[in-house]
Design a protein around this ligand. Structure first.
Ligand code: HEC
Ligand code: HEC
Length: 296
């Protein structure tokens, strides 16, 4: 009897230490302060820049997390996992009182006005937007019609913290890029391989299709998500596809054999890509090395 009590006591102590450890280590990373010096950029307000910015906000799928009208949305709310919500990005929300530098810092570096990580923001994608693209996006945000909506604050549960520390889910996008490193040279928007690579990077193809674009199950995806497809010119990928097939898949969500692509593939957003953007992206996808399905 005594032994059982001792053993139970020991297990409880170990559990408390492990849980306490997970909270302590994850909190220090999730709330760490980062210093960056955002560039001084002037935000345009001409209609052409605003239209360009709206297009980029669509291709970046901001609406997936901030709501279709960008006025805020609860992304996930599960007790042991997390509650994550994309704040209201219209002028009626917190952005209304933030400076342009605050917005540059939030979008490019994934940092809040307090200099702490914005949890769940895909900074590994946004970081690659050029200055011109970034200011056009901010111009479009500033021009949104104001919508009153408040979302609940973020809360990260034990399981999400453990998965985050184990490297299974990415909660802090800025940890995946060198936010203090040099900025890449801007790429002209034209039908070219470098621009296709830029569109793949900023369009988030890597975050679902993997670092080699070879597809496979996605870490941290909801259980009803199918694995991502192989986008490389491998036999298990797009080897047999033509550009016309690719454009149809990105605009209508249909494969060459007529089957539909699951809406987990965000073709609702990629359908907004222009002919030139899709041609550039196809040029790029044709240039990557063929990799077997699921290669990491
Ligand atoms: C995968 C989900 C996701 C996507 C996609 C996303 N965001 Fe966010 N964003 C969030 C979450 C979650 C927060 C709140 C994070 C926090 O408070 O820790 C946030 C916060 C922000 C903030 C800070 C708001 C504030 O209250 O200070 C800005 C600005 C922002 N996002 C802009 C954008 C823009 C612009 C895009 C598209 C280019 C975008 N986001 C795409 C999830 C996302
Ligand atoms: C949010 C995750 C996500 C993002 C971002 C994403 N994809 Fe996908 N994609 C998927 C999933 C999941 C599938 C498989 C859907 C299915 O099985 O029906 C898929 C399928 C595809 C297919 C169909 C191939 C086939 O035969 O199944 C193409 C083409 C494709 N994606 C291209 C892209 C490109 C190019 C990008 C970047 C602009 C991109 N995807 C971004 C998740 C994503």
């Amino acid at each position: 009897m005594k032994r059982i009590i001792w053993a139970t006591g020991a297990i409880v102590v170990v559990l408390v230490l492990v849980i306490g450890g997970i909270y302590a280590v994850s909190t220090s990373r999730l709330t760490a302060r980062h210093e960056v010096t955002p560039p001084t950029l002037s935000i345009p307000d001409d209609p052409e820049s605003i239209v360009r910015g709206e297009h980029l906000l669509t291709l970046s799928k901001c609406g997936e997390c901030h709501g279709e009208d960008l006025a805020g949305k609860v992304i996930i709310d599960e007790p042991f996992l997390a509650r994550l919500s994309g704040p209201n990005l219209t002028p009626a929300g917190p952005l209304g009182s933030q400076s342009d530098a605050d917005l540059i810092t939030a979008i490019r570096y994934g940092l809040s006005v307090e200099g702490q990580p914005l949890l769940g923001m895909p900074t590994a994608e946004h970081f690659h937007f050029s200055d011109a693209e970034l200011v056009a996006m901010i111009a479009a945000l500033r021009a949104l019609p104001p919508v009153e909506r408040t979302v609940p604050p973020q809360k990260v549960g034990l399981l999400f913290r453990a998965l985050y520390l184990a490297g299974e889910i990415e909660l802090v996008g800025l940890e995946q890029v060198d936010i203090h490193g040099p900025r890449p040279d801007p790429v002209p928007a034209e039908v070219s391989l470098p621009y296709g690579a830029h569109l793949a990077r900023t369009g988030g193809c890597y975050s679902c299709h993997g670092e080699h674009l070879a597809g496979g199950p996605m870490a941290g995806a909801p259980p009803d998500f199918p694995p991502a497809s192989n986008l490389t010119p491998d036999a298990s990928g797009l080897a047999e596809w033509s550009e016309v097939d690719f454009v149809r898949s990105m605009r209508q969500g249909i494969r060459p054999d007529g089957s539909s692509i699951d809406p987990a593939m965000p073709w609702r957003y990629t359908q907004a890509m222009t002919d030139a953007e899709l041609s550039a992206l196809w040029l790029f996808l044709r240039s990557v090395s063929a990799a077997p399905y699921g290669q990491h």
